[in-house]
Design a protein. Structure first.
Length: 168
């Protein structure tokens, strides 16, 4: 293989994800009317941002040589705790804070506290008690998901405060 062809092939292989993304965008734009709009891409980025932030935290666990299967359930419990506090209908309590912008940092603190408590419990069992991270986080996934279902009764919290909805 000559050096020029080899260099081109290395470039394509190093950037294969971007070429695949471009291919998917072209195919979707051809077959789905009005797909190639700024609003569509804003929705994709907004939905991906939560997954990206959760992935950063999970990357730290993986770098440490462990795994955490309970991330999704803990995120659901944290979101439900915020929903119960600040939603005005469904299972919500409708707590109002004044000024209204104060709801955003308080909701972040509530979500971080819920996630931090469960994470600290899992971390204690893995590091101090020397239990398997796989087993602990799998069990945590199950009991936290069960707790979400028991507390919510399968119902949703509706009419989230506008300040929190604006924040995302």
């Amino acid at each position: 293989m000559n050096p020029r062809t080899r260099k081109a092939l290395e470039f394509v292989l190093d950037n294969l994800v971007w070429f695949m993304l471009l291919f998917v965008l072209v195919v979707f734009s051809i077959f789905i009317p009005n797909y190639f709009q700024l609003g569509i891409f804003a929705n994709i980025i907004e939905a991906s941002s939560v997954l990206g932030v959760m992935s950063i935290g999970l990357a730290l666990v993986i770098i440490a040589g462990h795994m955490d299967l309970s991330v999704e359930s803990v995120a659901a419990l944290s979101a439900m705790a915020v929903g119960i506090l600040f939603c005005s209908s469904g299972i919500g309590m409708g707590v109002q804070l004044h000024p209204e912008w104060l709801m955003v940092p308080v909701s972040l603190l509530v979500a971080l506290a819920v996630g931090g408590i469960i994470g600290a419990f899992n971390g204690y069992l893995v590091v101090k008690v020397k239990m398997s991270a796989f087993i602990i986080t799998l069990a945590s996934y199950i009991w936290v998901r069960g707790l979400v279902l028991v507390v919510s009764g399968g119902r949703s919290a509706q009419d989230l405060a506008p300040a929190i909805r604006w924040f995302g």
